[in-house]
Design a protein around this ligand. Structure first.
Ligand code: BGC
Length: 820
């Protein structure tokens, strides 16, 4: 925060930048100004050499920096999922993650990161739940503040997204979320407000959805009055990709930049609207000023000094990814087995099972995808960490009920042809996918000369049997495997969704007997058609694949056999990218495939069974009381398997605490993600997450804030003096540890309008065995306030409050009463 304070407007460097911005603005004509507000392609704005402005480049976000191509050619460090980052409850670690991402961005020529996502976990069914931090606005704001401060300390901008209430994916382009002003202020806007206040973000991204009848790219009230007016946000406002729908309403609604280009509602259309008298030129100037200010801040406007002149020292990305992962893992259960807790692992043999133990799911799908240089799976991590001969592996159960991306064993390139059949260019194809949006085309290829694309290369299976191949996308395809044509025809749409080729389901097209270890030729040819319902040229399709389906009972029996013979069984269960991704919501919280059966069978064979849950967001764990330990590993990033070995062997303790309540779908109080007649009413008001669970009087599987380490803590006292809460505690276990001390505030007189209690602050302490520690937690004034809808402002609610400190919402250890 000291850094932010130093950087307040009014500081000399800011004033110099403002002067440079005004001078540059004054030299631009209307057409140039309008062009600067419109993407020149998928990820950038046009350069304006006449004012010494370079092209501003943006990129996703949030767990890595993909860069301007959807390929694996220039790999990115992949950090754990945002849910994992929030599970660290460590804003300083989030800041360090941000510093690494700024370093990645600079390496890739990116000026603005399209992150962080600070929407809330309103319903566990939200498809992008993994990409947001928490159900709690305060925790979200703290983590988001750390992240934004870190990225910007590296001289790279952020766009805090998606402003606002983009909490689910169903009909996301059109849904109108109907939210009370109070719920908006106390929940959904709160993280944005905290980040604007504490980290001064240089950008914001307005969402696809509407709020209370107005689409967010035109929301004058929330953007111009609240974000800019009340909170003093001075950054740029970019639309979510293709979210801008109108010229005059968007510009007067406070939208600065319409992305992606080249065809947008701005550019020539905006200049014309000014000439026609529909838009005042001052509105265009205001938007251009915001863009130029951003350009000045990141150092691409001549004559303006960037905010950061000396980037921070280099960060070791692999080490940080590993540290963050182990600090995020949440140990929700660790029962005694044979006189000691199941974890850390005791010396002896380990039987590892689960498809995700071998093919780890390290990140969530959609625009958050990056391509890391390598992935350490749990099998890799444990093989390296355990003595030779101590580890066996069995697949056990495959969560992929559908065809998945063609990655394992495939080496594919995308060869582009013109209409005459001549090769015009070649691109790489990660995971059998082609996703070329806008101008992101291989060298030599243009939208005019491109007629067809052939994904071609080899496949070397690791299992013998009937392999299934499929196609994702719309249009005319020819699929050839081992020199035989298996499909030659047209694949149609199941739904009129502009992104169906990215988010739709693959269609099975061939089943071919193949032998493990042998190399086969594979080709998928696609005749390019540009979808008419997207104002941008997109080439998107994919080859999908599924390994031979072995008898599910046999697979489970093999894993059971191995588990019976081992000292400890470790089962890794996971979701798939057909379960958790962008563009759709979940329909249930079950683990796909026969994974529940696998866990039950292994646990019956070996009482010392540890389950590792590889998912970005809550799943049901119906067998949780029957196993010795349950460790949530989220989507753990590229070093996930190494971090897992660190934690299982006890080299490090798992550091995570739940940023969101985990429970069954049947018990979850707020689940609705499907609009009716275009509207999704947030009827629950301010009661989401644990606020709703408490009100409903239901007990979840694992409470908000819960997470065990490898030592024990005794809470000794809590004292409140003014806004400072001091908690004394002692490490009563046998090894050094770290504890996240959580402070909850509860009105003594129950008030039906308010939650029973809420998170008011937290701080972490570290202590050696037997040592005492003191956590000092500052409670913000806002913790005592509610939004008064009648007065249209924050109201401090006087009265008696219980301040309780403890290990989770449900495990509060010490408390005191204060009069506020
Ligand atoms: C997502 C954004 C993302 C953008 C660019 C959109 O579909 O909602 O989060 O930044 O695409 O990839």
């Amino acid at each position: 925060m000291a850094e932010a304070a130093q950087d307040r407007t009014g500081d000399t460097a800011d004033r110099a930048r403002e002067a440079a911005v005004e001078a540059a603005l004054g030299r631009l004509g209307l057409d140039a100004k309008a062009s600067l507000l419109s993407g020149q392609g998928m990820w950038s704005l046009p350069a304006l050499p006449e004012i010494g402005l370079e092209s501003l480049v943006m990129s996703d976000g949030p767990i890595g920096v993909r860069g301007v191509h959807w390929t694996a050619d220039d790999p990115s460090v992949a950090l754990p999922s945002p849910t994992a980052l929030a599970a660290t409850w460590d804003p300083e670690l989030a800041r360090r993650a941000g510093v690494l991402l700024a370093q990645e961005a600079r390496r890739k020529g990116v000026h603005v990161l399209l992150a962080p996502t600070v929407n809330l976990h309103r319903s566990p069914l939200g498809g992008r739940h993994f990409e947001a931090y928490s159900e709690d606005p305060y925790l979200t704001g703290r983590i988001g503040t750390g992240y934004v401060s870190g990225v910007q300390s590296g001289g790279v901008g952020t766009t805090v997204k998606h402003f606002v209430a983009n909490d689910a994916e169903t009909d996301r382009f059109t849904v109108d979320n109907v939210v009370s002003e109070r719920a908006l202020r106390e929940l959904y806007l709160a993280p944005f407000e905290a980040i604007v206040e504490n980290a001064r973000p240089w950008g914001i991204m307005t969402a696809y959805n509407s709020v209370n009848g107005t689409t967010m790219t035109e929301h004058r009230y929330l953007v111009n009055e609240v974000l800019r007016g009340e909170w003093g946000f001075d950054g740029f406002n970019v639309s979510d990709w293709m979210a801008a729908r109108s010229t005059a309403d968007a510009i007067t609604g406070g939208l600065d930049v319409a992305m992606p280009g080249p065809q947008t509602v701005y550019g020539p259309a905006l200049a014309q609207a000014v000439r026609d008298g529909d838009v005042p030129e001052s509105a265009v100037d205001a938007a251009v000023r915001n863009v130029l200010r951003l350009a000045a801040r990141v150092g691409i406007l001549e004559g303006a000094g960037p905010v950061v002149t000396e980037p921070p020292a280099d960060v070791d990305g692999e080490a940080l990814a590993r540290e963050t992962a182990r600090r995020s893992f949440v140990l929700v259960r660790n029962e005694e087995r044979g006189g000691a807790p199941a974890l850390p692992l005791r010396p002896g043999t380990v039987a590892l099972a689960g498809a995700a133990a071998r093919d780890a799911r390290v990140l969530g799908g959609g625009s958050a995808t990056v391509f890391p240089a390598h992935i350490v799976s749990p099998l890799d991590g444990l093989t390296a960490a355990l003595p030779e001969g101590a580890l066996t592996y069995a697949l056990g159960a495959d969560p992929n009920e559908e065809l998945a991306v063609a990655d394992q064993g495939f080496t594919l390139n995308a060869v582009c042809y013109d209409a005459a059949g001549a090769v015009v260019g070649t691109g790489s194809s990660p995971n059998g996918q082609v996703q070329w949006m806008g101008d992101d085309l291989p060298e030599g290829v243009t939208h005019d000369n491109l007629h067809s694309v052939e994904l071609t290369g080899t496949f070397t299976p690791r299992e013998s049997g009937a392999h299934t191949f499929g196609i994702k996308g719309l249009g005319t395809f020819t699929l050839t495997v081992d020199n035989a044509v298996h499909f030659d025809g047209v694949q149609g749409a199941e739904k009129d969704d502009p992104f169906i080729s990215f988010f739709g389901a693959p269609v099975e097209r061939a089943r071919v007997e193949l032998t493990a270890g042998q190399t086969y030729e594979v080709s998928l040819r696609y005749v390019v058609e540009f979808p008419a319902n997207i104002p941008m040229k997109v080439v998107g399709f994919a080859l999908a694949h599924q390994e031979p389906q072995r008898d599910a009972d046999e697979l489970i029996a093999e894993a059971v056999e191995a588990a019976r013979a081992a000292d400890t069984a470790v089962v890794v269960v996971a979701t798939t990218d057909r379960v958790e991704s962008e563009g759709f919501d979940r329909t249930d919280l079950r683990l796909p495939g026969r994974q529940d059966d696998l866990v039950r069978a292994v646990a019956a064979a070996n009482p010392n069974t540890v389950v590792v849950v590889n998912s970005g967001s809550p799943v049901e764990l119906p067998w949780r009381e029957d196993v010795a330990a349950v460790l949530l590993s989220w989507f753990p990033g590229q070093e996930g398997g190494a971090a897992l070995a660190d934690v299982l062997t006890g080299a490090h303790e798992p550091g995570g605490r739940l940023p969101t309540t985990w429970g069954s779908l049947a018990d979850a109080p707020v689940v609705q993600v499907t609009p009716a007649n275009g509207e999704l009413p947030y009827t629950e008001g301010v009661f989401i997450g644990y606020r709703a669970w408490e009100r409903a009087g239901r007990t979840p599987a694992y409470a908000f804030g819960h997470g065990l380490g490898y030592t024990d803590w005794e809470y000794e006292s809590v004292e409140a003096a003014g806004s400072t809460v001091t908690v004394r505690l002692r490490n009563s276990g046998e090894r050094a540890g770290r504890e996240v001390v959580q402070v909850y505030l509860a009105p003594v007189e129950a008030d039906a309008e308010r939650p029973a209690r809420w998170l008011a602050g937290f701080a972490a302490v570290e202590a050696g065995p037997g040592d005492s520690a003191e956590a000092v937690v500052e409670i913000p004034r806002r913790a005592f306030e509610i939004w008064d809808e009648t007065a249209g402002g924050w109201a401090f609610v006087k009265g008696s409050y219980e301040i309780a400190a403890g290990r989770s919402l449900a495990d509060r250890r010490v408390s005191t009463i204060v009069e506020a």
